[in-house]
Design a binder for this molecule. Structure first.
Ligand SMILES: C[S@@+](CC[C@H](N)C(=O)[O-])C[C@H]1O[C@@H](n2cnc3c(N)ncnc32)[C@H](O)[C@@H]1O
Length: 220
């Protein structure tokens, strides 16, 4: 019986990507251009296997209305937009015109730009400005870690019953269990993990994908 998840060496990670998430030219070029323009920020982008997982999940969930909090250069948005129908919508929220201008270019190239509604500004304000009737099938939270609880609390009531929330970086590369780690970002993740677990409106699992991916389902 296997009681733990596999620790991935770089070689095993390469094998996993090659056998489940081969990167296509659009995503490969986006990752390469992001790394060239912002070499210190490449860890902001989700990895290829997480992207493929999100495309499949969007399809399996039959998602039509999707929201992303934290878009950066658009990698995760492409992955989710690929998994929704042609008349589906992905509401993408970010504060950076610069980073999302690169995203827009790749959304055009990938043929999914017509599905994306990008709004620039603090995501909490953008969420609070939504009409009371707005509902989502799939949400992805991947912005400032101190804001996670606020995003969660705005999003859970707006999810359809059975809707799925994905929350990134919830293991913080293991720092969540390091008592010497007291950064605001890691404490924000710890607080969020406790908050989400106690939320009876959802059921969830924390997956060892990337540096921790929480997947929650809004109860019926
Ligand atoms: C980790 S990156 C997102 C990466 C993206 N999901 C991807 O896969 O490429 C975090 C993003 O959150 C954005 N962000 C940070 N604070 C924000 C806020 N208060 N409101 C909206 N976006 C914010 C940043 O500008 C950055 O683009």
């Amino acid at each position: 019986m296997t009681r733990t998840s596999e620790s991935l060496t770089p070689e095993l990670h390469d094998y996993l990507v090659a056998h489940g998430a081969p990167v296509d030219p659009v995503l490969a070029d986006l990752a390469e251009e992001t790394a060239r323009l912002y070499p210190d920020l490449t860890t902001m982008q989700i990895g290829p296997e997480q992207g493929t997982f999100m495309t499949l999940l969007a399809r399996i969930a039959g998602a039509r209305d999707v929201v992303e909090v934290g878009t950066f250069t658009g990698y995760s948005a492409i992955c989710m937009a690929r998994g929704i129908p042609d008349d589906g919508t992905l509401l993408a929220l970010d504060i950076s015109e610069e980073w999302t201008s690169l995203a827009r270019r790749y959304w055009e190239r990938d043929g999914i730009a017509h599905k994306v509604d990008l709004r620039i500004g603090p995501a909490l304000e953008s969420l609070r400005a939504l009409s009371p009737e707005t509902r989502f099938d799939l949400a992805f939270i991947d912005a400032d870690k101190e804001g996670y609880i606020g995003y969660w609390d705005e999003l859970v009531p707006r999810m359809r019953p059975g809707g799925v929330l994905l929350v990134d970086n919830t293991l913080s590369h293991g720092r969540v269990i390091d008592p010497a780690e007291d950064s605001a970002a890691v404490q924000g993740i710890r607080d969020f993990n406790d908050h989400a677990l106690a939320d009876e409106r959802t059921e969830l699992v924390l997956l060892p994908v990337g540096d921790g991916l929480t997947m929650a389902r809004k109860r019926d």
